[in-house]
Design a protein around this ligand. Structure first.
Ligand code: LLP
Length: 432
């Protein structure tokens, strides 16, 4: 659904906007968000998962406009901090459609969530349940607070494989196998003002294969069946979490939402049938799969340096005006990205290149290996696609870099959703 295309000059156009014009208007680096693409992906999930609640995971990228688009497209919103909650509320998202995550929510955050009337609090520790109880004892909200219990199914999914042992050793969730998940559910059930609605399981990110979901669903639904006996009622909801993979390079092959929905529903229905329980109302929380492909980062080339490698080969180090402060994923996860020249056509022979930033360390790499035009020069624009998820949201001010703006493009027009930081912004926090 991307609207990106090369125009007659060989320049890249997104949302009908020539990125040379965009660079002149807002400068570089900039995150360029294709609004039609974002909405189309949100809608595709909404339609494919028609019987589900689809929570957009705001941690992937959130700003007021995006929270509003999410609501307009009929999705709910997953937030995982007071900061994300405040964006959602400012955008006018119906609080009943907000799910509040986090393994260490503060009393202040919980109070705000409860007072705002957030629809689901996904509890992640006994201490959090205590905090909620204390809070409700102080001033009971008008409606009971909907709660999901986050469980650890003992499955850690990775890109193409999943490991079904030895990953309980992490901070999230209540362990099913240790009995904590059942104890947490009973504890929530006993608190006045809390409405235990179901279980929640999130198994990982950038997953291409539903086999991890299958193992998790089997374990979570076994607990669901057990709780039906213990509590005397079947919990009405089950959240399967997010984590659906996207194509960062041409090698990745993500499933379409339709197929995902079919497979996940099939898995849950099959397990419920086997256990003799009713299929609960399902929900998912995709972040990356909605926002990731919608955005590219636009940079200007500053220097090009040919570096000789062992064996006589040469690598062209292309330095751009951003770096690990606007995309930490390559340095942090060894993530793969690609880059394309955005400002002109080049018929020059491609050479082995590496796109690097302007920060003061050698690991400041944006694109590890890419064939770039042999005639690349300072002033050329480069676009790195697929930077919508976890790039701006994990950006930093390393080296006092100013965070780039997020600019929406649509039908030939440009709207700055989040402006570029200024040195005054940074100095404002520095009290001298
Ligand atoms: N739900 C829960 C409870 C989560 O923890 C996450 C992501 C999601 C949903 C959304 O996952 P998605 O569909 O976006 O994969 N910074 C890493 C990813 C960390 C994901 C954390 N949790 C990255 O850049 O790849």
């Amino acid at each position: 659904s991307s609207t990106a295309r090369k125009n007659d000059d060989g320049a890249l156009e997104v949302g009908g906007v020539d990125l040379r014009d965009l660079a002149r208007e807002v400068g570089t680096p900039a995150y360029v968000l294709d609004e039609a693409d974002f909405r189309a992906r949100a809608r595709a999930f909404r339609q494919a998962f028609a019987d589900y609640d689809v929570y957009y995971a705001g941690k992937a990228f959130l700003c007021t406009a995006v929270a509003r688009w999410v609501a307009e497209e009929g999705l709910s919103l997953d937030v995982c901090s007071g900061g994300e909650l405040s964006v959602a509320l400012r955008a006018g998202v119906d609080p009943a459609r907000i799910g509040f995550h986090g393994n260490n929510k503060t009393t202040g955050e919980l109070r705000r969530a409860v007072e705002a009337g957030v629809g689901r609090v996904i509890v992640d520790s006994f201490h959090e349940i205590d905090r909620l109880e204390a809070l409700l004892a102080g001033s009971a909200p008008r409606h009971p607070v909907g709660v999901l219990v986050r469980v650890t199914a003992g499955v850690e999914a990775h890109t193409h494989e999943y490991i079904a042992t030895a990953h309980e050793d992490q901070k999230f969730g209540f362990s099913i196998s240790a009995g904590d998940a059942e104890a947490a559910a009973r504890r929530v059930e006993a608190v006045d003002g809390l409405d235990l609605l179901g279980l929640h399981s999130h198994i990982g990110s950038q997953i291409f294969d539903t086999s991890g979901f299958e193992v998790a669903a089997r374990r979570v639904l076994a607990l669901q069946a057990r709780l039906a006996e213990v509590l005397g009622r079947e919990l009405p909801e089950l959240d399967l979490g997010g984590g659906f993979g996207i194509a960062y390079t041409t090698q990745d092959d993500p499933a379409e939402p339709d197929r995902l929905a079919q497979e996940l529903t099939g898995i849950v229905e099959h397990e419920c049938r086997a256990l003799g329980i009713v299929v609960p109302r399902l929900s998912i929380e995709p972040g990356r799969a909605i926002v990731g492909p919608s955005t590219c980062t636009l940079y200007e080339v500053g220097t090009v340096k040919a570096v000789g490698l062992d064996g006589g080969a040469v690598r062209s180090y292309v330095s751009v005006d951003g770096g690990m402060s606007d995309n930490i994923r390559t340095a942090l996860y060894d993530a793969d990205y690609s880059a394309t020249i955005a400002s002109r056509r080049s018929d020059a022979e491609p050479v082995l290149g590496r796109v690097v930033g302007k920060h003061c360390e050698a690991g400041d790499i944006l694109v590890k290996d890419e064939f770039v035009p042999g005639d690349l020069l300072p002033g050329d624009l480069l676009a790195v696609p697929g930077t919508g998820a976890y790039c701006r949201s994990m950006s930093s001010n390393y080296n006092h870099a100013l965070r780039p703006p997020v600019v929406a493009v649509r039908d030939g027009s440009t709207t700055v959703l989040v402006r570029r930081e200024t040195e005054d912004d940074l100095l404002a926090c520095d009290l001298g």
